[in-house]
Design a protein around this ligand. Structure first.
Ligand SMILES: [Cu+2]
Length: 168
């Protein structure tokens, strides 16, 4: 069911404008999943785009584009930080590189996690029934334990002050 929802969701888009010698990204953060990377060449030289998630050895390659041309590719990206660079000649060293952050899906709208739900339902059970009963029982037994006899005897030791003062 989750997979079906994911495929219905339109892919995110990131446009990368290449020129001598820089990349300009339409956004530097995108949600994980299907992402269309569009490489636009606004320069006078041929440029391309390689990208690699930090921690991974796999390099995703977009074909080179001639000046004035566009190429795009749909990818499935997992969360992480991705390095983007132009692999032509020394373009990378001359500044044609950028970073794209891929973040988990819908962090704000996510329903409570399994642990939160378990805590909530456990809390309901404990607060409404078990725990108050246990606390009441403990409170009832505590004076008797402290003074070495039953609760009734302890209550009798409490001086009857305020009630009498108000009555007279
Ligand atoms: Cu280049």
């Amino acid at each position: 069911m989750i997979l079906a929802l994911q495929t219905q969701h339109p892919p995110a888009r990131v446009q990368v404008v290449a020129q001598e010698f820089s990349y300009s990204l339409s956004r530097t953060k995108v949600r994980a999943g299907r992402v269309i990377i569009e490489l636009v060449n606004h320069g006078q030289d041929t440029h391309d785009l390689d990208m690699r998630r930090i921690g991974s050895t796999r390099i995703i390659r977009l074909p080179s584009v001639q000046p004035g041309q566009v190429v795009d590719r749909e990818l499935k990206l997992v969360p992480g930080r991705y390095q983007l660079w132009c692999a032509i000649a020394d373009h990378n060293a001359r500044g044609m590189h950028a970073m794209l952050r891929v973040v988990s899906k819908k962090p704000a709208r996510r329903r409570p996690g399994k642990t939160q739900r378990a805590l909530k339902s456990a809390g309901r059970g404990w607060c409404a029934t078990s725990r108050p009963a246990a606390i009441v029982e403990a409170a009832r037994n505590e004076p008797a334990q402290r003074f070495g006899h039953r609760g009734r005897a302890v209550r009798a030791q409490v001086p009857p002050t305020s009630g009498i003062a108000q009555r007279s």
